[in-house]
Write a protein that binds this ligand. Structure first.
Ligand SMILES: CC(C)(COP(=O)(O)OP(=O)(O)OC[C@H]1O[C@@H](n2cnc3c(N)ncnc32)[C@H](O)[C@@H]1OP(=O)(O)O)[C@@H](O)C(=O)NCCC(=O)NCCS
Length: 177
């Protein structure tokens, strides 16, 4: 089956560990400036393969390019975008995964919830595998990815490539305790 990139992500509310609600939904073109705003204040810049870019013109250019070749999932606190997952097809079977959670919202279970739901969405789109690259020094990212079930494929220099299979649904993925 060919992947269907326009598979619908049904918006849903999640609760952060402290009980506050966030809305998760697919990115829409109207979200562009709110997303730029998240990255404007995002720290640290350039934490993942040079991303996010360090200034607004380059952030806007990056996000503009992404719109044409990927799908995105947002976490919103009211109108404020606080989390962003990027799903970029790299073949008919595979997607590249990237996630950014604003520093004000980290360690609240947002990354975990977004990653699980994004993997489910990818599976519903008909993709079989999800790849990512992260720096070996990025302990939060590595811990999150391992917890969700990503496994290291290769290490090169200070980076590693990880992969997870989502073929046949995500109900078989390991769940956090
Ligand atoms: C990586 C990132 C997305 C994690 O998001 P988050 O919402 O803070 O993560 P969660 O609160 O859902 O944590 C999920 C799990 O990740 C791990 N984790 C998250 N933050 C961690 C930290 N600071 N130290 C160690 N492990 C951490 C833990 O295993 C955690 O599970 P636990 O809370 O049961 O221990 C976030 O830190 C981030 O946006 N960092 C900057 C951008 C980035 O590096 N993106 C990855 C690109 S490859």
């Amino acid at each position: 089956m060919m992947p269907v990139l326009d598979a619908v992500f049904h918006p849903l509310e999640i609760r952060m560990n402290d009980g506050r609600p966030l809305l998760l939904r697919a990115f829409d073109a109207e979200d562009f400036s709110a997303l730029v705003e998240m990255y404007k204040g995002f720290q640290p810049k350039r934490v993942a393969q040079g991303l996010p870019p360090p200034d607004v013109p380059r952030i806007a250019q990056w996000l503009d390019r992404l719109q044409t070749k990927s799908r995105s999932l947002l976490a919103l606190d009211g109108k404020r975008v606080v989390g962003h997952v990027i799903l970029c097809p790299i073949s008919d079977a595979a997607v590249e995964y990237t996630i950014f959670v604003h520093q004000d919202y980290r360690c609240q279970g947002v990354g975990l919830a977004m990653t699980r739901l994004a993997l489910q969405w990818v599976s519903e789109m008909g993709f079989a595998e999800v790849f990512l690259t992260t720096e070996l020094s990025n302990v939060p990212a590595l811990s999150l990815y391992r917890k969700v079930g990503f496994q290291t494929q290769n290490s090169f220099g200070d980076e590693c490539e990880m992969k997870i299979s989502v073929a046949g649904g995500t109900q078989t993925l390991p769940r956090a305790a």
